[in-house]
Every structure is written in structure tokens, then in C-alpha cells.
Design a protein around this ligand. Structure first.
Ligand code: ZN
Length: 68
């Protein structure tokens, strides 16, 4: 599995796009945890709930004055 493939799978699993992950500063990084189900990559220090939080933030954030 390549980093790109991992990011695509992670994005699909999270219900977002790879572009969204990158916009949030999330990129696949080599993982050497040795877990039996480890695919050799992880998303930096980011996890799914961080993405969910971003969704919540995006939904509840107030647009700056003059916008909308
Ligand atoms: Zn791992």
C-alpha cells in the first residue's frame, strides 16, 4: 500500500476527501508500530475524531463580518 492509497482509504473511511485531509494538514506517515493489522502508514497525530471535530467546527463557526 502506498501513502496515496492509505490516504484514499482513510479519507473514504472518514467520509471525507484526500484533499480535505491535506487541507487539514493530514498526511500519511510511515508507521512502524508492528501491529498485526498495521498497514505501514498512519495519519500523523490525527485521528478520526479530530476530523469529526473539524466538521463540527466548520458547521458551527461564525463567518467573518461581511461574509454570508
Ligand atoms: Zn502501525
Amino acid at each position: 500500500m502506498t501513502a496515496e492509497e492509505f490516504e484514499a482509504a482513510f479519507a473514504a473511511m472518514s467520509g471525507v476527501t484526500v484533499a480535505f485531509l491535506h487541507r487539514c494538514g493530514r498526511y500519511a506517515e510511515p508507521c512502524r508500530c508492528g501491529g498485526y493489522d498495521c498497514q505501514g502508514w498512519w495519519m500523523g497525530r490525527q485521528w478520526e475524531d479530530a476530523i469529526v471535530e473539524d466538521h463540527i467546527r466548520a458547521r458551527t463557526s461564525v463567518p467573518p463580518p461581511g461574509v454570508a
